[in-house]
Design a protein around this ligand. Structure first.
Ligand code: SF4
Length: 451
């Protein structure tokens, strides 16, 4: 970071400006945008109140979702006329998509008005790129392809919420699930050192944060240079803030030691997002997931034995290449047995550069859709039954902020991760309250603070 400080000072001396960051994709990207905002603010930039006011617009892209490239290129393209009118506007594009094979070249060719392009591994070098662009007026492009690039520590951040915060504990992924582009664009797994994570968590606690979510593509395979694994990391962080969550967990790496740590540690929420993706062993093998449906269900049983009230959620892909009706029925069966609190269901879609994109027997869209509707209907029924069981109980809820649906209510979450809209006197974000659950909706609970 020392090298970047000089660039920061040089940019700040130019008078700063106003910025807008447009973020696509997952929590890891949202966390990256907090760092980008932190860097920009240290260079004298302030958040723009509207796009018209912005003097610098940065698109932090994602390439995981379907049609991502078309959408991002379209949105960047809207700035073409604006840049013609105001050549001083700085336009930047960064994030996962820029690491994808050929995407940066395609963008640079189709959008000559884009001034700065960089990948996920070069985030910390924004000051250098911005400074060189402003001083020389030449387009700056930096897409590192070193899959094992070291982690930059000590970066500033502008946090989005005062109550909760995301903390990256590792970057990259070694798993190469056959449908996923992440290992190609985020590189190999690299874990942060426990002392750096602890320091960040302590700083957040001092700033009033009550809940941190530890982030990584597969947190279960966290391994620091001194051998500290994920269960030990949780033990180290326990008590620093009242609540700790984490995501994402690969089932193949969910150890007994981790289950014990979750069950024992008071700060660790009894909630787990455990993507299953399919209930068919044949499909799981083609996905390169390295577990069977039976092994997965055994994990669910162990988790519920250790933590009876645990909140469980999952991801399921419907219509993976070669998925037969029988394979899909196996997924329906697993969904019934696991009885998730919620499930994120996706239609399979090809990702350029992945092995699954080359597989034969791609499933026709109408069949995929018919299957996903059946799965959603089944899961909605399970979710409704599970939420209804909360009515009349008392839950400890951490208040996150105002409810977006009801101006008179607050929104918080139970330890198991269920959203609760609540009412009552003298409630403030960050309060940990006992709440009487009065009714259940499709995805949320409704309650009143116990006086
Ligand atoms: S674990 Fe699989 S799905 Fe998750 S990021 Fe890694 S390759 Fe992608």
């Amino acid at each position: 970071m020392d090298r970047q400080r000089g660039f920061m000072d040089r940019v700040a001396a130019m008078g700063g400006g106003r910025y807008e960051i447009v973020t696509y994709g997952c929590q890891m990207n949202a966390r990256d945008s907090e760092t980008l905002a932190g860097l920009l603010q240290q260079m004298g930039y302030e958040p723009a109140r509207s796009r018209e006011e912005a003097t610098l617009i940065l698109f932090n892209t994602c390439c995981v979702r379907d049609n991502a490239e078309r959408r991002v290129f379209g949105n960047v393209g809207h700035l073409r006329a604006r840049k013609r009118e105001d050549p001083r506007l700085v336009v930047g594009v960064c994030g996962c998509m820029m690491q994808q094979d050929g995407a940066a070249e395609r963008l640079l060719a189709s959008a000559p008005f884009v001034d700065i392009v960089f990948g996920t591994g070069s985030l910390h070098r924004l000051p250098e790129l911005l400074c060189q662009y402003l001083e020389e007026g030449r387009r700056q492009v930096l897409v590192e392809t070193d899959a094992r690039a070291p982690i930059a520590e000590g970066l500033p951040a502008v946090r989005q919420s005062g109550v909760q915060a995301f903390v990256n504990i590792m970057f990259g992924c070694d798993n190469f699930c056959s449908y996923c582009i992440v290992p190609y664009v985020r590189g190999r797994e690299r874990s942060r050192e426990p002392r750096d994570i602890l320091h960040e968590a302590e700083q957040l606690a001092k700033a009033g944060v009550k809940e941190i979510t530890l982030l990584g593509q597969n947190v279960n395979s966290y391994r620091a240079s001194d051998g500290t694994g994920f269960p030990q990391l949780l033990r180290l962080l326990d008590g620093v803030v009242p609540r700790i969550r984490f995501m994402t967990s690969h089932p193949k790496d969910l150890s007994d030691e981790l289950i014990s740590a979750m069950a024992e540690l008071p700060s660790v929420c009894k909630q787990l997002h455990l993507p299953v993706q399919s209930g068919s062993d044949a499909v799981l093998e083609r996905m390169n997931r390295r577990y069977t449906a039976e092994k997965y269900l055994a994990l669910v049983e162990k988790l519920r034995e250790a933590m009876p009230g645990i909140g469980l959620s999952t991801d399921i892909i419907v219509g993976f290449p070669g998925e037969t009706e029988q394979d899909f029925e196996a997924t329906m069966e697993l969904d019934r047995l696991a009885r998730y609190d919620s499930a994120y269901t996706f239609l399979y879609s090809k990702r350029r550069g992945t092995r699954a994109a080359e597989m034969p027997d791609q499933v026709p869209e109408e069949i995929m859709k018919e299957r996903i509707y059946r799965l959603i209907a089944q899961q909605e029924k399970i979710t409704a039954e599970k939420l209804a069981a909360f009515v009349g109980t008392e839950q400890q809820v951490l208040v996150e902020g105002a409810s977006t649906r009801d101006k008179k209510a607050w929104m918080g979450r139970t330890d198991s991760g269920i959203a609760v809209n609540l009412t009552g006197k003298d409630i403030r974000p960050g309060d940990m309250l006992q709440v009487k659950i009065e009714s259940a909706g499709a995805n949320t609970l409704r309650g009143r603070r116990e006086e």
